[in-house]
Design a protein around this ligand. Structure first.
Ligand SMILES: *Cc1c(COP(=O)(O)O)cnc(C)c1O
Length: 414
């Protein structure tokens, strides 16, 4: 590379990723093939529009790439329509809102402090300035069960046009049928934002909301799905909705699609169809359960009481007197990356909350099984209990580096 400054930074990031353990549940490692497609000459091409209906010439190969991506993702999630152009998860959600809502219309989504995502109505976001967001919560943070009765009550009171299921910090399975039932009672469209768990759904190890009658799924492609940074919008069967969504993406909120990313998405979708990927997804869940068992044994409170998916939200302040920010910092020191996270009904501030959130998608890609995951969980707790003990931290950092070396980031998945 001619640009030595940037080359050095890329090398630095490569080393950081190789030597540390990635427990941020929204991160993963892509295959060499995904990287290759993502760095391909498709980055040179403008292709505003959709396959067969473009505003520029020279679309011989772009059309084929986008059609393949659509065909694969529809097969993967069992739906009729897909838009593979969203640049990321946030624009995917914005596009659905703008496709189906008029300014002032109501969306009913999960309360952010109970695990919802910023794009589900945080006051600082553009959607929250245009539409009205009302929320539901967990009935009891120690079991994680959604308060479906309250959801129904709020739905009846506010008559939302969209009922939204999906989270970035929630560890339990959802009763999708209940969402659909309530949506039908009030005439709302059902939308599942599966950004975190899309890979687990694609592999069939978590339930597919489409199987219970959801209308729309939005997702990122770079979390459990293990593709490039990007978004998708899937429509189960309603062509009218799918057409509105296409228009909302282009020309609604985006210009030309990133065809190199779409090529990389297609590669990732192909990888996700393999038996190997199914096995990988199953192992993500087993590994999360293994970590859960260690946290249980150490009496550390987990929101939702544990996990059904790839992530755990632990109340480290309530259980160990260590704040989320302190935990994030001290774990970073020993080579474990995760993030501080507010917990339901948190008494602390967002910039130093009570919880940490971590998950198993990335370490499972590296080949970790239950044994290694339990060991990592034990090391994490040891660090948190000895956060001011330099000697202990140094020895644990060595252990983490050893583990990382033993399980290099793979380049081929299929
Ligand atoms: C990650 C995430 C998003 C946003 O994705 P970006 O790619 O960061 O824009 C949206 N919704 C949920 C539930 C997420 O977890």
């Amino acid at each position: 590379m001619k640009d030595k400054q940037i080359e050095k930074l890329i090398k630095g990031e490569e080393k950081r990723q190789a030597e540390g353990l990635e427990l941020i549940p929204s991160e993963n490692y892509v295959s060499e093939d995904v990287l290759k497609a993502n760095g391909s000459v498709f980055t040179n091409k403008y292709s505003e529009g959709y396959p067969g209906r473009r505003y520029y010439g020279g679309q011989d190969f772009t059309d084929q790439v986008e059609r393949l991506a659509i065909e694969r993702v529809c097969k993967l999630f069992k739906c009729k329509f897909a838009n593979v152009q969203p640049h990321s998860g946030a624009p995917a959600n914005l596009a659905v809102y703008s496709a189906l809502l008029s300014p002032g219309d109501v969306v009913l989504g999960m309360d952010l402090s109970h695990g919802g995502h910023l794009t589900h109505g945080h006051p600082m976001t553009l959607p929250a300035k245009i539409y009205k967001f009302v929320t539901y919560k967990m009935k009891n943070p120690d079991t994680g069960e959604i308060d479906y009765e309250d959801l129904r009550r709020v739905a009846k009171e506010f008559k939302p046009k969209i009922i939204l299921a999906g989270f970035s910090a929630y560890s339990r399975a959802l009763n999708y049928k209940k969402f659909v039932e309530i949506a039908h009672e009030v005439g709302a469209v059902t939308m599942a934002d599966m950004a975190h768990i899309a890979g687990l759904i694609a592999a069939g190890v978590l339930r597919n909301p489409f199987d219970d009658g959801f209308d729309i799924i939005t997702s990122t492609t770079h979390k459990t799905l293990r593709g490039p940074r990007g978004g998708i919008i899937l429509t189960r069967e309603n062509e009218e909705i799918a057409k509105k969504i296409d228009k909302a993406i282009f020309p609604g909120i985006q210009g030309g699609p990133h065809m190199h990313t779409i090529a990389a998405k297609a590669v990732a979708f192909g990888e996700a169809m393999t038996p190997k990927y199914k096995k990988y997804a199953g192992q993500i869940l087993k590994n999360a359960k293994a970590m859960e068992s260690v946290f249980h044994k150490n009496n550390i409170r987990m929101i939702g009481g544990g996990t059904d998916n790839h992530l755990i939200l632990a109340d480290v302040f309530g259980s160990l007197g260590v704040t989320g920010k302190e935990a994030q910092t001290v774990l970073d020191e020993v080579g474990i990356t995760l993030n501080m996270n507010a917990i339901a009904e948190d008494t602390r501030k967002p910039m130093d909350p009570s919880g940490i959130r971590f998950g198993t998608p990335a370490i499972t890609t590296r080949g970790f099984k239950e044994k290694e995951c339990k060991y990592v969980a034990e090391l994490m707790i040891k660090v948190l209990k000895n956060k001011d003990n330099k000697k202990i931290k140094e020895s644990i950092h060595k252990e983490i580096k050893k583990l990382a070396k033993k399980f290099p980031i793979p380049k081929k998945f299929v």
